[in-house]
Design a protein around this ligand. Sequence first.
Ligand code: FE2
Ligand code: FE2
Length: 371
Amino acid sequence: MFFNPLMMQMPGEFTPTTQHAMQEAILTPRFYTTDYKAVDKLHVDHMREEFEWIRSEFERDYNKGHFVRNDEFLAGFDDMPVRAQFIEFLERSCTAEFSGCILYAEMVKHLKDPTMRAIFKYMSRDEGRHAGFLNKTMADLNVEMNLNVLHTRKKYTYFKPKFIFYSVYLSEKIGYARYIEIYRHLQKNPQGLIHPIFKWFEKWCNDEYRHGEFFSLLMRSQPELLAGVNQRWIRFFLLAVYATMYLNDARRADFYQALGLNWREYDQRVIRLTNTISTQVYPVTLPLDNPSFFKNFDACVRYDALSRQLDAKGDAISKLRSARLKSAIGVRLLATYRLAPQVTTAANRWQGLAGFPNYPGVRANERAVSA
Ligand SMILES: [Fe+2]
Ligand SMILES: [Fe+2]
């Protein structure tokens, strides 16, 4: 389902960047909608204290003053390396951030529980800030992307609430992992710092980590979402999120190379970190140490590259061969899905991020249990 980009012809009334972001390519960031009434009916009272604690964390607004561009952003970037790819990176990131902003704002409109409303309001605030920062950075490069047009004209994908929780939780955590891995790499290798925006990633990714903490709590408050047949859905979303990123980044090797990163090593680090973090809530994760896992992913990358070459030729035989390669990607992913999952245990469960605030009640409980 992720590998067959269907490009929609957009009318010429928008700037090329806005048009591009609106194209419904399967691998591009999407906008989501859900059954808000069903979300409103979720029972959260039994964990009110923990939700309130998260709400108070968001209320602190740790990054209130962080997203302000400085003079470094006004330097000339006309001759920067991989300028077009960098702009595409900004555009995709901006669309993804804005998509979160809108989804969370819709939750605020539809939910009645005051704690939940406040949490979604704060998260929408953060995502709006992130999207705005990226949008202004694009404007600095003389690229215009109209977020209002995106809001009203981009197609929305409907997901059941539980699918929103699985996928948005992972988006937040993988977003954290992507940003922090780039930040740490550039700290050690400043020659790859092609633009100052990357210096903002450390505090930025903490917002994403915190958002993920909320979705982890939300899923823990609904234990049926983590049991039985839903474990298959959890594995499906883990695979979908990892595979989509891997294929996307393989197509953008030049961009990562300009930062001094090998896309494959970078992606594998990001996937490992996300998989480890997600043991905080998921009873099963993917078996990354199974030799077939990344072998299958690498095969998908090869098929995808060949298939794109054939698509570019455009003749009937090439199209047929390309279609065969696309189904081969599906077969590899299905085989990956069928690998025995890694089961979360007390020994391998993620214990939280060092230096990151955790709900104090949980620690108190743990002390009580171990005493
Ligand atoms: Fe964000
Ligand atoms: Fe976020």
